[in-house]
Design a protein around this ligand. Structure first.
Ligand SMILES: *Cc1c(COP(=O)(O)O)cnc(C)c1O
Length: 296
């Protein structure tokens, strides 16, 4: 029985885009690190899996929407490590299940569907107590998997990134902000980090991230201009962009996170936002399992 998740080293690529305004653009294809526990989810789970073992829990329980990359990754991770998993899913069960949830079930995840109302209480003490009463000794991961152990894994990742690649800016997409918090912690203070919110009204993310980091030296910011209508929403422009990047630059992007960030980065390059001569490293956080599943 494996005691930790398998990991494949990932490449850095340089797509040959036009109109780069004197900057260099690199993409770290961290989406290729694992076939199912892809991208940032691998790093967010790493120390949570260790912690679950340490406290003697062999069942992971977590939360997500019907298209959640985190549910998908958690189910796959539990399966690989011969652990059990339970997914508390927002909304009603559909028949058939979508690809994300049917994959999770195929990896042994027990799915429990709860109303949107009940789901809103998922972080409240009473709700979590009722979960423990119902499911017993389980290791609970919050929605999106963000907690101190997730931040620690992303910190470790950022350190390896800095050793491997020379860059000035790191750009990445944001959901809960856990991944960004980890990279801020892990990078040295001459780097700049720009996170692109995948959700509308992402201004709260700044405080959220601030609460997860102790390193205040580094210059970081949250860009909220490229949500394309909100979380899980898309536009024709975004879908065309995804097709173009895939066909002309062999760069597959997902529509919830990485495509929005990439459009934001290219837009800022075209606006001459970045210092001339600098290297921008874009982090491909994964999410490709969800492609084509979410309609606006
Ligand atoms: C989950 C996810 C994110 C968001 O990560 P957070 O740590 O919640 O900010 C970004 N990109 C992809 C592809 C994801 O699956």
């Amino acid at each position: 029985m494996a005691s930790s998740l398998s990991y494949s080293p990932t490449p850095v690529i340089e797509p040959k885009l036009e109109g780069m305004n004197g900057v260099r653009l690199l993409v770290k294809r961290e989406d290729l690190n694992h076939p199912f526990v892809s991208g940032n989810k691998w790093w967010k789970l790493k120390y949570n899996l260790e912690q679950a073992k340490r406290v003697g829990h062999d069942t992971l329980l977590t939360f997500g929407g019907a298209y959640s990359n985190h549910l998908y990754a958690t189910a796959a991770a539990a399966h690989e490590l011969s652990m059990k998993s339970i997914g508390i899913v927002r909304g009603e069960r559909t028949n058939p299940l979508n690809q994300t949830l049917s994959f999770a079930e195929s990896r042994g995840m027990k799915l429990h569907f709860i109303s949107r109302e009940a789901y809103r209480k998922k972080n409240e003490h009473e709700f979590l107590q009722s979960i423990r009463n119902q499911f017993g000794e389980v290791y609970i991961l919050p929605e999106g998997g963000t907690n101190e152990f997730a931040v620690r894994g992303c910190t470790e990742f950022a350190k390896t990134l800095e050793q491997e690649i020379d860059f000035d800016y790191l750009c990445l997409p944001i959901g809960t902000g856990g991944t960004m918090a980890g990279t801020i912690e892990g990078l040295s203070s001459n780097k700049k980090v720009i996170g692109f919110s995948s959700l509308k009204g992402g201004d709260f993310l700044k405080n959220e991230i601030q609460s997860l980091v102790s390193n205040t030296q580094l210059d970081w910011q949250v860009n909220t201009d490229y949500h394309f209508g909100g979380y899980g929403k898309t536009t024709n422009e975004l879908m065309t962009f995804i097709g173009d990047m895939k066909m002309n630059y062999q760069l597959p992007l997902d529509q919830v996170y990485t495509a929005k960030m990439m459009m934001g980065v290219l837009d800022l390059i075209h606006q001459n936002y970045f210092e001339h001569g600098s290297t921008i490293l874009v982090l491909h956080t994964g999410g490709l399992q969800g492609n084509g599943l979410i309609n606006s």
